[in-house]
Design a protein around this ligand. Structure first.
Ligand code: SF4
Length: 130
């Protein structure tokens, strides 16, 4: 029988023990996490928070080092919300950070959309082959 991922069916949160994460073990570091539409997962249904976690977590490319115990002691990166409310950062610097973030977000959303289309095409091909 085909794996449910292969046919494009996602797991429910209850099926995968979805709940609060523990940095660096959280959705924001997971290969399945997508920032598109405010937080989505390739294999789990519903809105996904970057700070949550499920049993299918796998570190995304470039973040595997976080698996090491030493790296896990590193501080969690600050969110945009926290940065924008930091009185020690000047308005000019915040504007620069905001522009850079918006540009990254646009690219990330475009990439997610392309990945989603590729996923849909692959699923259709698999179904046609069955
Ligand atoms: S930890 Fe689970 S819910 Fe979160 S992005 Fe990864 S697979 Fe999806």
């Amino acid at each position: 029988m085909a794996d449910r991922d292969d046919v494009g069916i996602k797991y429910t949160k209850a099926e995968c023990d979805y709940g609060p994460g523990d940095w660096p073990h959280e959705c924001s570091t997971c290969a399945h996490f997508r920032t598109f539409s405010g937080g989505k997962c390739q294999i789990v249904t519903g809105k996904i928070l970057g700070s949550d976690l499920c049993k299918f977590h796998v570190f995304k490319t470039g973040q595997e080092d976080l698996e090491d115990e030493d790296s896990a002691d590193l501080e969690r990166p600050r969110t945009m919300y926290e940065i924008m409310r930091d009185p020690k950062i000047s308005s000019k610097k915040k504007e620069e950070i905001n522009q850079s973030y918006s540009s990254w977000l646009q690219k990330s959303q475009k990439r997610s959309l392309e990945e989603k289309r590729t996923e849909i095409r692959a699923t259709r091909r698999r179904r046609e082959e069955e």
